[in-house]
Write a protein that binds this ligand. Structure first.
Ligand SMILES: [Zn+2]
Length: 282
């Protein structure tokens, strides 16, 4: 297990992002259409009164979500830890892959619900080849985006230049060969640790966007299902990038509660490529 990923990213750029004045067209995508006679009341109180569901998803939650229809904007340079503008989007990102079963369950969850996710892959884990066949159509459609989380998850700041380049390059090649995608420009430094040297070496490879987070499910190690729900309740917020992990089963046992939370808050999950354009994904 990784001793990484503090709940809040070390560098906060939300204010900067907000000040850039970037905007997204959210018509038809920012919210899941409320249903039923209590919809107006629910919408008005959704963010003020978080209601984590202890049990099954309420019947109003749609069976499957449509792909969002967004006006994409160029990805800003530098570390990315949030989404721009005042929308109701959530970038739910998940890392590592030390458990093949967890990767399989996340993939099934995405296939069943239409929820869009970004996986930051550590290619040395066999989960990625074990589940490649199941993942490929989801990756090909763009519903699941793959980012580069290095080949073997070292603290990049402790490595020689050639080793930093090797970690990112080997993983890049693995993703290209296994899934047919170009993961650039997004890389997530293991443990959230990076510096100017690492960023420059990564940028030379086209990985110009170190992607951190502002909020965590804190499940890089083993925690309880209720703790996962509690962290989601704390951090599933508009325009946040949230980090979770593909390492331990509890999160996969509370998918219905997490979906209900998204619905309750009228949040739409997006990949980074849904929101941003880049050289590799114009
Ligand atoms: Zn990691």
């Amino acid at each position: 297990m990784w001793q990484d990923d503090p709940a809040v990213a070390p560098v906060t750029r939300r204010t900067l992002l907000a000040s850039l004045g970037l905007s997204l067209t959210l018509a038809g995508c920012a919210a899941i259409a409320p249903e039923g006679p209590d919809a107006a009341t629910d919408a008005a109180t959704a963010t003020a009164t978080p209601r984590p569901y202890p049990g099954a998803v309420p019947p109003a939650v749609p069976a499957r979500l449509p792909a969002p229809d967004l006006t994409r904007v160029p990805v800003p340079s530098g570390t990315l830890s949030g989404l721009p503008g005042d929308g109701a989007l959530l970038a739910w990102t998940v890392d590592d892959g030390s458990s093949s079963e967890v990767v399989a369950r996340y993939a099934r969850f995405a296939a069943d619900t239409g929820i869009r996710l970004t996986f930051f892959v550590t290619g040395s884990y066999r989960a990625w080849t074990d589940n490649a066949e199941q993942l490929r159509p989801l990756v090909a459609s763009g519903q699941i985006q793959l980012g580069n989380h290095t080949w073997s998850h070292p603290d990049l700041s402790t490595l020689a230049d050639s080793e930093v380049t090797g970690e990112l390059s080997r993983n890049h090649e693995f993703l290209a060969e296994t899934f047919g995608v170009d993961a650039r420009p997004y890389f997530r430094p293991p443990f959230g640790v990076h510096d100017d040297r690492v960023d420059a070496l990564a940028a030379d490879l086209g990985y110009s966007v170190p992607t951190t987070w502002y909020g965590s499910l804190s499940d890089s190690g083993l925690i309880s299902e209720q703790q996962v729900v509690d962290f989601a309740t704390e951090w599933f917020l508009p325009q946040h990038i949230v980090i979770g992990h593909l390492n331990f089963l509890p999160v996969t046992n509370v998918f219905p509660q997490l979906r209900a939370l998204l619905y309750d808050r009228r949040l739409t999950c997006v990949t980074l490529n849904d929101v941003f354009t880049s050289a590799a994904h114009p």
